[in-house]
Design a protein around this ligand. Structure first.
Ligand code: UTP
Length: 296
């Protein structure tokens, strides 16, 4: 049996971004650039390239610059056209043509679970992906990470979560999966353990910023009270889903960059900069020289 294709995606982008203060006092962290594109555009591109045609951005009134980024900019486009800057024009236009983008306001910032709960009427009776708006996933294959999860959903019809292998000493920073590998890289998850110590961790597979849910998650969220930090935690609702049936995990073929953290931003900037052919030589030489100088 195959289950319906995932055509809808939800991108929570309303959070305060306290880990990136003071920058995020006036600018949404989802607009932090990696080289020249804001993080959230990479995320929307991933959803669109995974076959998702309708994308809901969960925002707050402080995050309205995100709407401007995805709206057409007729005056700017005319100026670029007049000056013959066709490549730049195509790039500027692409942001507003990636998918049908919808917006919903999260009125109070009550956590990631509450942000996902805002997608109830958008989802209707359809399955949907959730992609965190401050996290870029670089895929090692032609299939973007959200699409890799949608492929597991097509086989199982059950919620799917991205799993990233992390070093043992880092497990205490993540939600860790406990499950059995049913085929290479695919795990049937029995339970999740929040931030275990290295000694008690059931695996090194951390939940990694991309999910596929069915509308079941909304009932689970309704039954989820406030948890850690007095926020509605998505992982608490997922634990409730696990009580009613299996969930699957896919070890992602790719890498996660949490741009909402300062070190994640620095690492992403270096790696995405080095991957750009037009800067590679100059930037790599600069990095080598700088490190050598600082360490001598
Ligand atoms: P984070 O867990 O990074 O939360 O959210 P945060 O509150 O923005 O960040 P810090 O910890 O204060 O630095 C992951 C994604 O979920 C969104 C964020 O915007 C981010 O893209 N989010 C988080 C919401 O949409 N609403 C919330 O209430 C919390």
């Amino acid at each position: 049996m195959t289950f319906p294709a995932v055509r809808k995606a939800v991108i929570p982008a309303a959070g305060f971004g306290t880990r990136f203060l003071p920058f995020t006092k006036s600018v949404p962290k989802e607009l932090i650039p990696l080289v020249d594109k804001p993080v959230i555009q990479y995320v929307v591109e991933e959803a669109a390239a995974s076959g998702m045609t309708d994308i809901l951005l969960v925002i707050s009134s402080d995050k309205e610059p995100i709407i401007r980024h995805f709206n057409p900019a007729p005056e700017l486009e005319r100026r670029l056209e007049e000056r013959g800057k066709t490549a730049l024009l195509a790039e500027v236009r692409s942001a507003s043509h990636l998918a049908k983008i919808h917006y919903v306001y999260q009125q109070e910032l009550n956590g990631l679970g509450d942000a996902v709960a805002q997608a109830r009427s958008f989802a209707g009776s359809d399955p949907f992906a959730v992609l965190l708006g401050d996290t870029v996933m670089r895929s090692d294959t032609d299939r973007p990470v959200a699409g890799q999860l949608a492929d597991v959903f097509a086989e199982t019809g059950r919620p799917v979560v991205a799993l990233e292998e992390v070093p043992l000493e880092a497990v205490s920073k993540y939600g860790i999966a406990d499950g059995e590998e049913t085929s290479p890289g695919i795990f049937k998850i029995r339970r999740m353990v929040e931030k275990p110590s290295p000694e008690s961790a059931p695996s090194r597979l951390a939940f990694a910023a991309r999910y596929i849910f069915t509308p079941e998650i909304f009932d689970a969220l309704d039954r989820t009270g406030r948890g850690k930090n007095n926020e509605v935690q998505l992982t608490d609702a997922m634990q409730k889903l696990l009580d009613s049936g299996p969930m699957y995990g896919r070890r992602v073929q790719g890498k996660r960059y949490d741009i909402g953290s300062k070190t994640g931003f620095l690492k992403g900037t270096v790696e995405f900069g080095l991957r750009r052919p037009e800067f590679h030589r100059e930037f790599a030489a600069f990095l080598r020289e700088t490190v050598a100088k600082m360490e001598s």
